[in-house]
Design a protein around this ligand. Structure first.
Ligand SMILES: Cc1cc2nc3c(=O)[nH]c(=O)nc-3n(C[C@H](O)[C@H](O)[C@H](O)COP(=O)(O)OP(=O)(O)OC[C@H]3O[C@@H](n4cnc5c(N)ncnc54)[C@H](O)[C@@H]3O)c2cc1C
Length: 379
């Protein structure tokens, strides 16, 4: 038990989505005693509605530490998948065969070349990619349509089954001793002697360290412990088809075939506030783009659609920070929680229990969004 007055864990993690559970899983592998406090099924949860890519290509354009961070996670993904399989028996269907970004115009292909070229230069040349014309692409992806004029490809990209991932993380962390408290929305966090008290509907939980991994909930929790996480919702809609025979052995940025055979078509980026409804105008655009990419899809039945809210910071990059005002309080939030799950489990967790901050992370404090005057009062 961790309710008021009872024995405390070493770390409280607020949020049981992909970010919170990946960190909690990593923490328990480090030997920490962890309690995860989650609002429950009624809350917004990007982790239930994403596209499942473990994607490196193009990430970090304009901020190379993000490119390195993303790549470090993709490199660690096989170890995470193997550990989850060993701990739970759940195969999250990780495949990293490389991914394609399909282009429908010469300008788009030129833009890909520019972006990937800059990333390669910033990463000291260690950034493998190819640009393919239509003929070369058709040899790799025979089902491609005539409107696709080429693609960029990197061997660094992959995908997983994201629902199996969420289930595996929940299962694995609990098998390793994490206490998961559901239906527990944390409204107030009070720094106190020796740690933090997290006040929820059904109790108060205490620990010397606390990790804010509450997705969109972080914006109101962070200021209570001297942190800043001005994340906002960004809606994405996705279509899913019936199962079809294998035709696509690589993920592409907008179309992928899952391990179970269905085709996922995604995804939009919309600033519509806390609204996770689907809309026919956006879904028909997504369907049209999918059919332009792979024309045979026009005869394939769609069976599901959904919308979910991304957890988006003002510059789209993650926020990772330990509070300087209240050491022991951390915020961990990002919009690529599938891709970054391995870094969260295997690199963030050791930092939270007292290890050095990973090199790349000094680029991601929440304070970057504060005005200079506020930085002084925040410090
Ligand atoms: C359409 C779409 C496509 C995407 N595609 C990809 C992709 O291909 N690859 C990729 O890497 N990422 C993708 N993402 C992003 C990925 O899904 C998110 O980065 C990830 O799910 C974020 O996880 P999270 O745990 O931070 O947030 P969430 O999943 O939102 O979870 C937050 C959790 O915190 C809980 N919570 C909130 N407030 C409180 C509180 N006060 N107290 C207690 N609990 C609280 C909520 O109930 C929830 O369970 C996509 C997202 C969307 C929407």
């Amino acid at each position: 038990m961790t309710v008021d007055g009872a024995e405390s864990p070493d770390v409280l993690v607020v949020g049981g989505g992909l970010v919170g559970t990946a960190v909690a899983y990593g923490l328990t592998r480090e030997g920490a005693k962890v309690t995860v406090l989650d609002e429950g099924d009624g809350g917004f949860r990007a982790s239930r509605g994403n596209f499942g890519l473990v994607w490196v290509q193009g990430k970090g354009y304009g901020l190379s530490p993000y490119a390195r961070w993303t790549r470090s996670s993709a490199d660690r993904w096989p170890a995470l998948a193997a550990a989850l399989l060993e701990d739970t028996g759940i195969d999250v269907a990780l495949r990293q065969p490389g991914g394609f970004h399909l282009c429908f115009s010469d300008e788009e292909l030129a833009e890909r070349d520019k972006r990937l070229g800059i990333l390669k230069a910033e990463l000291g040349g260690d950034y493998p990619y190819q640009l393919l014309d239509a003929k070369e692409l058709r040899e790799r992806l025979p089902a491609i349509g005539p409107e696709v004029i080429g693609a960029s490809y990197t061997p660094m990209d992959g995908h997983v089954n994201p629902l199996k991932l969420l289930r595996a993380l929940h299962d694995a962390m609990q098998r390793r001793g994490v206490t998961l408290v559901g239906n527990s929305q944390i409204g107030r966090i009070a720094p106190e002697e020796g740690g933090f008290a997290a006040h929820g509907r059904n109790g108060v939980w205490r620990a010397p360290r606390i990790v804010l991994a509450a997705g969109l909930g972080n914006s109101s929790l962070a200021p209570q412990v001297g942190l800043h996480a001005p994340v906002k919702p960004n809606r994405g809609q996705i279509l899913v088809s019936e199962r079809v025979a294998p035709f696509l052995h690589h993920p592409t940025i907008n179309v992928r075939q899952t391990d179970e055979g269905s085709v996922q078509l995604g995804d939009s980026m919309e600033e519509v506030g806390f609204n996770d409804f689907t809309t026919t105008d956006v879904l028909s655009k997504i369907a049209r783009r999918g059919v332009r990419a792979f024309p045979f899809l026009k005869d394939v039945r769609l069976v599901r659609m959904w919308a979910a809210l991304r957890v988006y910071s003002p510059d789209s990059f993650p926020i990772y920070e330990q509070s300087s005002q209240y050491p022991g309080a951390f915020v961990v939030t990002c919009h690529s929680g599938v891709t970054l799950a391995a870094a969260h489990a295997l690199r963030i967790a050791p930092w939270v229990v007292g290890g050095a901050i990973p090199d790349e992370l000094s680029a991601f404090p929440g304070g970057r969004f504060l005005s200079p005057a506020k930085i002084l009062s925040h410090a």
